[in-house]
Write a protein that binds this ligand. Structure first.
Ligand code: TYD
Length: 402
């Protein structure tokens, strides 16, 4: 598939090679029929939009067996509670205000509005997670968000004060359709708020594992400002976040409805100065990714030479990019420890490393452990503090991270 908004002019940056579906944890019997695509990234120079130039059909990623649950991190649960409190304080004025969350997953964010007495709606295409949200008593539609869907949402049309999303907008290939849908639903003073892993953090950390099939775009302030301004919206505020190894929260509104925070121009200016519109920056990123691959393989080979057993911690979507890009499989890593019942007992996509219950980590830890859930470092290292104190060694694909 190609991106709708930018397919006219995208400069290719690099290929990460053949990739499976990032969340496509599989059974032994399905190994031979596993789907792969060539994962390439590029830059739309006119919009400064960093994007996949080729990716699987969305239905292959979001379905009734989607194995990601927002609820799986206690830190993130707390983050969404604070996100919801902030939205209520800043933007909800009275009981007639309405809120919609695009990509509500298991309802972790939206349930915080239950006591608010405002009308809310969650929309999610993955049936299993949408059901969990419904079972919490939330108003949920199990569907992809689209302009078309808004025709069945009469009570929200032009009346919605807040549309929010977290780690979701980058999943939606057709930004034209997304923004037209948002435009239909928001009231005159309505705001669209979303947060996403931030391009600047990915480049700084060389955290190329943010790139996988579900992350069609890695946004920056410049790209958000440019894309939304095509549809009469403007970026009115911006809030850096520490979640997912460095994210950004963007607040958008119809042009000239709100005054713009000085932070917006400050961050836009910084991005311009750092070369976010310049392909050279991304070519340097490419070299850093290739160096990072070499370094990680060296680290692993060093442990193997010492006859050490290596494990992985957290079977994240991101781990699929690391393992497949670096050609690391079950000959090198014994198993990946994870808490998600839907992943335990399966094999990691492409690399076919067994995923086992993270309880095993306490009972029979490896000598060296590659932290795939590096964005949850504090939570995981605290939970597993005995590992390091008993001589275990954490490693990461991000240099100087641990
Ligand atoms: P996340 O970084 O949100 O994943 P993704 O890259 O898919 O967005 O991490 C979620 C995964 O990490 C999920 O498979 C559960 C696992 N996990 C653990 O196994 N233990 C933990 O303590 C935490 C925080 C996550």
């Amino acid at each position: 598939m190609k991106c709708n908004i930018t397919n006219k002019n995208v400069e290719e940056i690099m290929s990460f090679g053949k990739m499976p579906i990032a969340n496509g944890f599989l059974n032994e019997k399905d190994k031979s029929s596993e789907y792969f695509y060539e994962m390439t990234v590029g830059l739309s120079p006119d919009l400064g939009l960093f994007q996949l130039t080729n990716f699987p059909k969305v239905e292959m990623m979001f379905h009734d067996k989607y194995p990601f649950f927002t609820n799986s991190s206690s830190y993130m649960r707390n983050h969404f509670k604070k996100y919801a409190e902030w939205i209520s304080k800043e933007f909800i004025e009275n009981n007639s205000d309405k809120i919609i969350e695009i990509g509500c997953n298991d309802g972790t964010m939206l349930e915080n509005f239950k006591n608010n007495k405002i009308e809310s709606l969650g929309i999610d295409p993955s049936g299993n997670v949408a059901k969990i949200a419904k079972d919490k008593g939330l108003n949920i539609i199990n569907s992809f968000f689209s302009e078309n869907l808004t025709y069945s949402l009469n009570q929200f049309k032009s009346k919605t004060k807040v549309i929010c999303a977290a780690n979701v907008i980058c999943h939606i290939p057709d930004l034209n359709d997304l923004i037209k849908g948002i435009d239909k639903l928001l009231s005159k003073k309505g705001v669209f708020i979303f947060e996403e892993p931030y391009l600047g953090s990915m480049i700084n950390n060389v955290s190329y594992d943010q790139i996988y099939d579900e992350h069609i775009y890695i946004f920056s302030a410049i790209s958000v400002e440019k894309v939304f301004s095509l549809y009469g919206f403007e970026l009115i505020d911006i809030y850096p976040q520490i979640t997912h190894g460095g994210s950004m929260r963007y607040v958008l509104a119809r042009k000239n409805e709100y005054s713009k925070s000085p932070k917006v121009n400050k961050i836009l200016g910084e991005e311009l100065k750092k070369g976010f519109l310049d392909i050279d920056l991304y070519m340097r990123f490419k070299l850093n990714c290739l160096r990072s691959k070499e370094r990680l393989n060296d680290l692993i080979d060093l442990s193997l030479k010492k006859n050490q057993r290596i494990g992985g911690y957290a079977a994240t979507s991101k781990s699929t990019t690391i393992l497949n890009f670096c050609s690391i499989n079950s000959n090198k890593i014994d198993c990946i420890y994870d808490t998600t019942p839907e992943k335990i007992g399966k094999l990691s996509p492409g690399s076919h490393i067994p995923v086992i219950d993270s309880e095993e980590f306490k009972i029979n830890p490896p000598d060296t452990c590659l932290l795939f859930g590096w964005n949850h470092k504090n939570e995981i290292l605290e939970k597993e503090k005995n590992f390091a104190s008993n001589g275990g060694k954490w490693i990461s694909h991000i240099e100087n991270f641990i």
